[in-house]
Design a protein around this ligand. Structure first.
Ligand SMILES: Cc1ncc(COP(=O)(O)O)c(C=O)c1O
Length: 419
């Protein structure tokens, strides 16, 4: 009996020690000067609902960094899905001095063709034939955008090329096609250089309806390797890419005139010293959502924030059901001693200010509960700030983007309509 008591006592001491080790620290802090400024701005001039903010200076810095990485000998292609607003895309184009875009959604092709008729558009994924048909049916053709020369449809299989060729014949239009090549991601596309022989022949045999725009070989599997150009995984991507270029050259095509596209925000910087691809894409790195806190984007700055008003504040953790649960939880975790409810919530985003906010006790897209330390001295009508984890979907959820510079809202940019 004595031995058992001893053992139990030992276990209790061990549990107590573990408790001391694992007990959460108080991580709370009020807004720093940057977020205090944004808080004052939104309280004064915000619409009283959740908003998406873009920091103009930070974004311009990011555009400059990306454009410098691409350099003067290659083309910087702006990824529209990651920057889903005509005004935003126009801003990036003007700042970076580029006219080339990558588009992933049929309604956005029409929007771009109408609003940015000087753009050169490469599709970022193969589209069902009916999407292509919808584009031609709804494209009014009154502007200067010429799909035959300014739009490259992405083709991943001989069967898709046959579909597009039939459509081009039916509509009596010329189509530029770009071949998706698999450089190691294994997300589809032509698996090896030999596989493009037949499609190149089909294109060469039908110059009235088809022309080759180039290749697209996306390689986000290099993200996380902290790879430089001489990394074996990078060299593998480039040697596979060269295999396709050689194949086209052997067919008599002038490869210098082709769009040889690849890269994304995560990997673009790897290719500063390489000339295999002449056309590099990036979108997300312009605003740097959280998933883009990656090695090659270390020079880029977070420029995208959700700001949302606080609706309610309680200086204790009130939970539905047994009140002792809230008491225990807040006694245990100093970051759960104050309870706020915000306007909206449960976005693909994490809190950046105030700091030290633990995982929500439950989620709500209407009024998310947010617990903090008592050091977070915010009140009802103050704003909390989050950083989206990605841009493409989250940016479409807040209406106009608010462009901020020196604590002023300097522009409001409508986002794309999804349908
Ligand atoms: C084909 C292709 N290219 C480039 C990108 C890079 O976009 P971002 O720079 O926003 O990561 C993507 C992203 O999904 C893509 O699918």
């Amino acid at each position: 009996m004595k031995r058992r008591t001893l053992l139990l006592g030992g276990a209790a001491i061990a549990a107590g020690a573990a408790t001391l080790i694992w007990r959460p620290e108080d991580l709370g802090a009020p807004h720093n000067a940057y977020f205090s400024g944004l808080n004052d701005l939104l309280k004064k001039s915000g619409p009283g609902k959740p908003v998406m903010l873009i920091d103009l200076d930070r974004m311009n810095h990011n555009i400059d960094v990306l454009a410098a990485s691409v350099g003067p000998d290659k083309t910087y292609r702006v990824v529209v899905k990651s920057l889903p607003s005509v005004d935003l895309v126009r801003h990036v184009m003007a700042r970076a001095g580029t006219q080339t875009l990558m588009v992933f959604h049929q309604p956005f092709i029409n929007a771009v063709a109408d609003a940015i008729p000087e753009a050169d558009v490469l599709m970022g994924k193969p589209m069902p034939l009916t999407a292509a048909e919808t584009f031609y049916r709804t494209f009014d053709g009154t502007g200067s955008f010429d799909p035959a020369t300014q739009l490259q449809w992405l083709i991943d299989t001989p069967a898709r090329l046959a579909q597009y060729q039939a459509l081009a014949r039916r509509l009596g239009v010329a189509m530029k096609v770009n071949l998706e090549i698999d450089v190691g991601l294994h997300r589809g596309g032509f698996p090896e250089p030999e596989a493009i022989d037949a499609v190149l022949q089909t294109i060469l045999d039908d110059p009235e309806h088809l022309s080759l725009g180039g290749f697209m070989g996306y390689e986000p599997h290099l993200t996380g390797l902290k790879a430089t150009l001489d990394h074996p995984a990078v060299q593998s991507v480039l040697s596979i890419y060269r295999g396709f270029i050689d194949r086209a050259e052997r067919k008599g095509l002038d490869v210098n005139r082709l769009t040889l596209n690849g890269a994304g925000s995560h990997t673009l910087r790897i290719y500063e010293g390489d000339r295999t691809m002449n056309d590099l894409s990036a979108g997300s790195g312009v605003v740097k959502p959280m998933d883009f806190d990656t090695y090659h984007l270390s020079q880029n700055q977070p420029a995208l924030f959700i700001g949302t008003p606080i609706l309610k504040r309680y200086d204790e953790l009130k939970l539905p059901g047994d009140p002792s649960v809230g008491k225990l939880l807040s006694a245990w975790d100093p970051n759960r001693r104050r309870l706020f409810f915000i306007y909206g919530g449960y976005w693909k985003a994490h809190f950046v200010s105030p700091t030290g906010i633990p995982e929500a006790i439950y989620h709500s897209t209407n009024q998310e509960p947010v617990t903090t330390s008592p050091r977070v001295d915010l009140s009802v009508d103050d704003y909390m700030f989050l950083r989206p984890t990605q841009s493409e979907h989250v940016m479409l959820q807040f209406g106009d983007l608010l462009v901020v510079k020196n604590q002023e809202i300097v522009d409001r940019w409508p986002v794309f309509q999804q349908a």
